[in-house]
Design a protein around this ligand. Structure first.
Ligand SMILES: *Cc1c(COP(=O)(O)O)cnc(C)c1O
Length: 363
């Protein structure tokens, strides 16, 4: 809302803000929020339903406040993926990684945070909401991260939280584990590595650095590769002292019994759920080639989306024309760029054919 009523005692820092709002519009191809396009199998859907049915009998009681069973399962999952030895004391779980980010700011945000723009827009937004000072660090023209410039920006900011998103949203670009290790050794506080898209990337996860650098904390989510965005389950892997600090700021019973149960079943079906990652990666390469055939420029991506440019109509105009053709993608507010999520084969084809038509008639 641009004009708040005079009498409303909304904090000054929040008055200029607008809520996070990726459009939720009906479309034939929904390619705007980096969800996984593959629905759950019937077997998994009924496994979740029957687990929830058994939990439902106890919904008169509060859930396990510490989500111990789920946190143990998440530790086992990370250990199996990255050959680590974490226990539940190294895991925090919450309603989406956005809640994780908010808790990090509540616990550690007082001395400020830095991130490298363009990156995930919720990092600075949650900083503002929690009254934490935020600095924008610099990227190269091609959106890659120059580690020596990053080091300068981090030192200048003195921030307690340094955010690195890899693969980065909205660009898809990633940094190497060696670069993350270099930053881990020099940040003044915590190095927060947002790995929402890690499963799509062939880079080693930053969880492998935590034992050597206890100031590295890694955010993961079940919303993207795991095909589980509707459940809202994000988690954090970190030194046990970081997790203990998050217990201070969490709301009691924040993770419902239903969420915990559904996420536990999803972890049991991890092979099935993650089975589509390779397919999505190969579709990503197909879409990238098609875009390049159309003369467009695509930022190299290790995630399940592509940021592209090189069209000569304004991005909001192209975005609208695609929507009119039934294809919803994302205008991330970067002039001359649009972002498209990799969908099912049919959705990707619809996107490419609609784009072809629009670009040929706009010449
Ligand atoms: C999608 C996304 C998230 C948020 O995920 P939820 O777990 O659904 O809250 C976090 N970080 C980045 C970089 C994302 O793109």
């Amino acid at each position: 809302m641009s004009q708040w009523p005079e009498w409303l005692p909304l904090s000054d820092r929040l008055r200029p803000l607008s809520p996070y709002g990726a459009p939720q519009l009906p479309a034939d191809a929904v390619l705007n929020t980096n969800e996984n396009p593959f629905p759950l199998s019937d077997a998994l859907a009924s496994a979740i339903a029957s687990r929830i049915e058994s939990v439902a009998r106890n919904l008169n009681r509060y859930p396990d406040r510490d989500a111990n069973a789920l946190r143990s399962d998440l530790a086992a999952f990370i250990n199996s993926q990255s050959e680590c030895d974490f226990s539940l004391d190294n895991i925090w779980a919450a309603n989406g990684s956005n809640e994780i980010i908010q808790s990090l700011f509540l616990a550690f945000g007082e001395k400020g945070a830095i991130g490298f723009t363009p990156s995930y827009s919720m990092h600075p937004l949650i900083a503002r909401v929690t009254n934490s000072p935020w600095s924008d660090g610099r990227r190269r023209e091609d959106f890659s991260l120059d580690i020596s410039i990053a080091r300068e920006d981090i030192a200048k900011s003195g921030a307690a939280l340094t955010f690195i998103t890899t693969p980065n949203n909205p660009t898809g670009s990633s940094v190497t584990i060696a670069e993350i290790e270099e930053l881990a050794g020099i940040v003044p506080g915590l190095l927060v590595v947002d790995e929402a898209y890690a499963e799509f990337s062939d880079e080693l996860s930053a969880v492998t650095l935590i034992r050597k650098y206890p100031n590295v904390v890694v955010i993961r989510t079940m919303s993207k590769a795991f095909s589980f965005a509707g459940v809202r389950l994000g988690y954090l892997v970190a030194d046990a002292s970081v997790i203990s600090a998050l217990f201070i700021v969490r709301l009691p019973y924040h993770l419902s019994a239903i969420t915990q149960a559904a996420a536990e079943v999803a972890l049991e079906y991890r092979d099935e759920l993650l089975g589509n990652v390779a397919t999505l990666v190969s579709h990503r390469e197909w879409v990238k080639n098609e875009l390049e055939e159309l003369g467009l420029v695509v930022v190299p991506s290790k995630a399940n989306f592509l940021l592209f440019s090189g069209f000569d109509i304004p991005a909001p105009t192209l975005w609208k024309s695609l929507l009119d053709a039934g294809v919803l993608i994302r205008d991330v507010g970067l002039s001359g760029y649009l972002r498209v999520t990799i969908g099912s084969e049919a959705e990707n084809k619809l996107f490419i054919s609609a784009l072809k038509k629009i670009l040929s008639t706009s010449k």
